[in-house]
Design a protein around this ligand. Structure first.
Ligand code: TEU
Length: 552
C-alpha cells in the first residue's frame, strides 16, 4: 500500500458559521478559528477542512458561491484568511477548502450575464431548456423539494438546479466552464491551500438528453439520473492532469450516488482522478422512499456491512474516508450512539470506531465533545433550507405536522449546525451577540471548558485515540476483517499487518455482551477501552463499551 500524508491524516471539519464568533454579530468567523487554533492543534489532528467561506448570499449557507476568489467579509475577508493560512502552516496544520463547482449562486456574475439573453456569452455556462407542455422540461425534482427547474421570464426558458433555485447548475460540458473552475482551483493552490473537498462532484456530468426519471425512490433517481454522468471520469481526469497532479495536495470528492461499484473508479490510484470520496451509504441508511424526511429504521448489521463492503471495495489501490457525521446530518452520537444515559460511553465508542478503521478519518466540529441533536419547539427556529422546504412540502401534502416535527427533530441538518459549545456561559461562549442559530440548551452540561477539566471526558478520549492511531500505523494501513458473524449488537473486527494484530470490539447497546469466538483469549492484552468500570473479561463488554485488544 502506498504511503501518503493524507492517508495518515486526521481531518477536523469546521462549519465556520457555527464555530466561534469574535465580532458579536452572531455568525462565526475566521478570527474565531484563529482563536481556537491551539485547541484544534491540541486534538492531534493534521488537517482542517473549512466549509465554504467565499462570498455568498447564503441561500444555502455558503454552498451558493457568488465569487470563487473572494473570502466573504462576513467571515473576515481575505486578510483574515491569509493570516489563518499562515498560522496554520506555522503550527503544522494543513488547510483543505471546499470547492462547490456543480453550481454557483444565481448572484454569481456568470449567471447574472447568462440570464440576460439567449445570446449571452455566458448562456452556455448553465443548463437552459424550453419547457414541455407548459411545465418544466422533465420530471426531475430538487434535492431540496419541488422541481429541479426554474422558469426565467426574460428568456422564457428554464434553468436546472439540483439544489435551491438560487443554485443554478453549471454546464460542465462547456470547456470554458471547466477551464474557469480549474483556474479557481489553481488560484487557491498557488496561495498555499493544501487540498479540496469537492462538493457533489459526482453530479457534474449530466446525462445525455436529460431523460425523465422513472424511479419512485429519490435515492435511485440520484444514482441513475443525476450522479456518475457519462463524462464524469473524463472531467475528473482532466482536472487532475491540468491542476491537481502539479501540487502535493489532497482531494476528497463528495458524492451522492457514489456506490460500491463506481466508487473505485473515482479513487483508483492508477486512474488519476481523486484521492478519496465521501460516499453516503451509511448516511442515507435510514432514508425511505421519500428520502431523508421519510426515515426508516435500520439495523447494526446494515451499518457494519457498509464499512466492511467499502473496505473490501477500496483495498486494492484505492483509499477510503471514515466519517460518521458532518454539517448535513444529525449528530453522530444521537444517530448511531445513545445521547441519553450512555452519552459519554457511546460517544467514546464511536470515536474508537472512527479511529480504528482503515481510511482517512474526519471528525466534525463538536463531535469531539459529544454534541447532540437539538429539538427546537417551532419550525421558525430552524434555518436550514432543506428543512424549511421539506416542511412546506409536507404541509402542502396535508401531512400530520406534529408527526413531521419529530422527523425534523431527528433529521434536520441544523442538528449539526448549532453553535459549538465552548463553555457554560452566555450562548455557550460562542458569541456575545445573538447566535444565527439557537444554541443547544444542553450546553451547560456538554461543553469544551468542562471537558478540559475532566481527564475522562469525551474530549480527552479523542485526544488519546488520535494519538493512539498515530502511534500505531497498523490502524491506518493494516488489513481489516469483520469477525462478529452478523451479531445484532456487537461489532468486532481485526486490524493487522506485520507490526501488530488488533482485535477491536464494540457493544452497540445497553445489554452486556460476550463475543463468542475460538480466538485464544490468553494471547490478547487489553490496550484501551472507553470505560474502566465495565466488563473485565477480555471478550466481554458492558453497555456501550469498546475494547482494543492486541495479540502478542
Ligand atoms: O451536500 C450534498 C448532498 O447530497 C446533500 O444535499 C445531502 O443530500 C443533504 O444535505 C442531506 O441532508 C452538499 C453540501 O454538503 C450541502 O451542505 C449543500 O447544501 C449541498 O451539497 C449543495 O451544495
Amino acid at each position: 500500500m502506498n504511503k501518503k500524508w493524507w492517508k495518515e491524516s486526521v481531518v477536523y471539519q469546521i462549519y465556520p458559521r457555527s464555530f466561534m464568533d469574535t465580532t458579536g454579530n452572531g455568525v462565526g468567523d475566521i478570527q474565531g478559528i484563529l482563536k481556537k487554533l491551539d485547541y484544534i492543534k491540541s486534538l492531534g489532528v493534521d488537517v482542517i477542512w473549512l466549509c465554504p467561506i467565499y462570498e455568498s448570499p447564503n441561500d444555502d449557507n455558503g454552498y451558493d458561491i457568488s465569487h470563487y476568489r473572494k473570502i466573504s467579509e462576513d467571515f473576515g475577508g481575505q486578510a483574515a484568511f491569509d493570516v489563518l493560512l499562515e498560522q496554520m502552516h506555522q503550527k503544522g496544520l494543513k488547510l483543505v477548502m471546499d470547492l462547490v463547482a456543480n453550481h454557483t449562486s444565481d448572484e454569481h456574475h456568470w449567471f447574472q450575464e447568462a440570464k440576460k439573453s439567449k445570446d449571452s456569452p455566458f448562456r452556455d455556462y448553465y443548463i437552459w431548456r424550453d419547457g414541455r407542455n407548459g411545465g418544466p422540461p422533465n420530471n426531475w425534482t430538487s434535492f431540496f423539494s419541488g422541481s429541479a427547474w426554474q422558469y426565467d421570464d426574460t428568456t422564457k426558458q428554464y434553468y436546472l438546479h439540483y439544489f435551491t433555485k438560487k443554485q443554478p447548475d453549471l454546464n460542465w460540458d462547456n470547456p470554458k466552464v471547466r477551464k474557469e473552475i480549474f483556474d479557481v482551483v489553481e488560484y487557491w493552490f498557488k496561495k498555499g491551500v493544501d487540498g479540496f473537498r469537492m462538493d457533489v462532484i459526482s453530479l457534474i456530468s449530466k446525462p445525455d438528453g436529460l431523460p425523465d426519471t422513472t424511479f419512485e425512490k429519490f435515492q435511485d433517481t440520484i444514482v441513475h439520473n443525476y450522479a456518475n454522468g457519462p463524462k464524469i471520469h473524463q472531467y475528473l481526469r482532466e482536472m487532475n492532469q491540468e491542476v491537481l497532479s502539479k501540487y502535493d495536495i489532497m482531494t476528497v470528492g463528495e458524492g451522492p450516488g457514489i456506490d460500491l461499484k463506481n466508487g473505485p473508479l473515482y479513487v483508483g490510484e492508477d486512474r488519476k482522478e481523486l484521492d478519496m470520496v465521501f460516499h453516503f451509504d451509511h448516511m442515507f441508511i435510514d432514508c425511505g422512499i421519500g428520502g431523508k424526511y421519510d426515515p426508516q429504521p435500520f439495523t447494526l448489521n446494515q451499518f457494519k456491512k457498509v464499512f466492511t463492503q467499502w473496505d473490501e471495495a477500496l483495498k486494492h489501490g484505492g483509499w477510503g474516508s471514515i466519517f460518521l457525521g458532518n454539517h448535513d446530518f444529525s449528530r453522530m452520537v444521537s444517530r448511531f450512539g445513545d445521547d441519553g444515559e450512555y452519552h459519554r460511553e457511546s460517544a467514546k465508542l464511536l470515536a474508537t470506531l472512527l479511529l480504528t478503521m482503515r481510511g482517512t478519518v474526519y471528525v466534525y466540529q463538536g463531535d469531539e465533545i459529544g454534541m447532540t441533536n437539538v429539538a427546537y419547539p417551532n419550525i421558525s427556529d430552524y434555518n436550514d433550507v432543506e428543512t424549511l422546504n421539506a416542511w412546506k412540502e409536507a404541509e402542502q401534502n396535508g401531512q400530520n405536522m406534529n408527526a413531521f416535527m419529530s422527523i425534523v427533530h431527528s433529521q434536520s441538518r441544523d442538528n449539526a449546525r448549532t453553535p459549538v459549545q465552548w463553555n457554560d456561559k452566555k450562548n455557550a461562549g460562542f458569541s456575545t451577540g445573538t447566535p444565527w442559530l439557537r444554541v443547544n440548551p444542553n450546553y451547560t452540561r456538554i461543553n469544551v471548558a468542562q471537558q478540559e477539566e475532566d481527564p475522562s471526558s469525551i474530549l480527552n478520549f479523542y485526544r488519546e485515540m488520535i494519538a493512539f492511531r498515530k502511534a500505531n500505523p497498523t490502524l491506518v494501513y493494516g488489513d481489516y476483517e469483520c469477525l462478529d458473524g452478523e451479531h445484532p449488537q456487537l461489532y468486532v473486527y481485526r486490524r493487522w499487518d506485520e507490526e501488530g494484530d488488533f482485535l477491536i470490539l464494540h457493544n452497540f447497546g445497553d445489554a452486556p455482551q460476550t463475543f463468542d469466538t475460538d480466538l485464544p483469549e490468553e494471547e490478547y492484552a487489553l490496550i484501551k477501552s472507553n470505560s474502566d468500570t465495565f466488563a473485565s473479561e477480555k471478550f466481554s463488554l458492558g453497555a456501550w463499551q469498546s475494547k482494543i485488544l492486541k495479540r502478542s
